[in-house]
Design a protein around this ligand. Sequence first.
Ligand code: BT5
Length: 262
Amino acid sequence: MNQERENWLEELRSNRQGKLIGRQIIFFQEIDSTNAYALAQARQGAAEGLVVLAESQSQGRGRLGRIWISPPGVNLYLSILLRPEIPLAKTQMITLMAGLATAKALLRVTGLEVRIKWPNDLLINGKKVAGILTEQDPSQKFIILGIGVNVNWAEIPAELQGMATSLYLEKGDKFSRAIISAELCAAIEEEYLRFLKGDFSAYLRTEWARLSLVDHKWVTIKIIDKEYTGLALGLDEDGALLVRDRDGNINRFLAGEVSLRF
Ligand code: BT5
């Protein structure tokens, strides 16, 4: 283990002492996917608040079998185990809650204006800087919240050119991954505890509207091979995106791929 990493882990562990998120932190130099590992741990009964971190991932995953490019030494790849006692229908809220928390944490550390593209993308100047992947096991009642943040990535690979960015590329400064991961855990904990207390939906909708890239824009939502176009109105109380089509019908979407129409 090199010095930077030792300090990183040590700092993060001491920062999270006595807290829920990060009460246990497991670190890997390289792993297939932090989400896959956290899922396996959860199935074996690991406690809520477990954080799995990796320096790099060989099979970092996005949604729907997509790949999350995860080079070593520059970025953040982490997964958090949550065990909320909520109906399945509400798990979408966890993705939205995490997007909000991540946007706030990144803003706090960098001062950069991070925007949320429903449901799980975080963008700066129209390019993706972070992504969220929630996976769950309904029978065992847990959720794995996976977050990837491009921190000090200087060379975006060709396949992501024009689509992805990093905090370093946007700000011109390198950032401590210890600080970013600690802020991220703190922000998730704050929003998650608020969520568990109830009354989250009104709060989320207001905060979300402030940071959302899609509200009041014309969007196309793709779900598998179908496309819907309309005006995004915002979230409903379950975290579904409401979209009004040209005929005035309002549709709710719980998943999908949004693109903005200009
Ligand atoms: C996501 O999926 O945005 C969820 C990403 C979650 C990654 C974290 S890392 C820790 C944890 N462990 C895991 O295995 N995963 C989670 P989606 O919306 O499907 O976006 C995937 C798409 O983003 C890809 O198809 C690429 O176009 C693009 N992409 C891939 N790697 C990227 C990167 N590092 N930065 C920005 N965009 C990327």
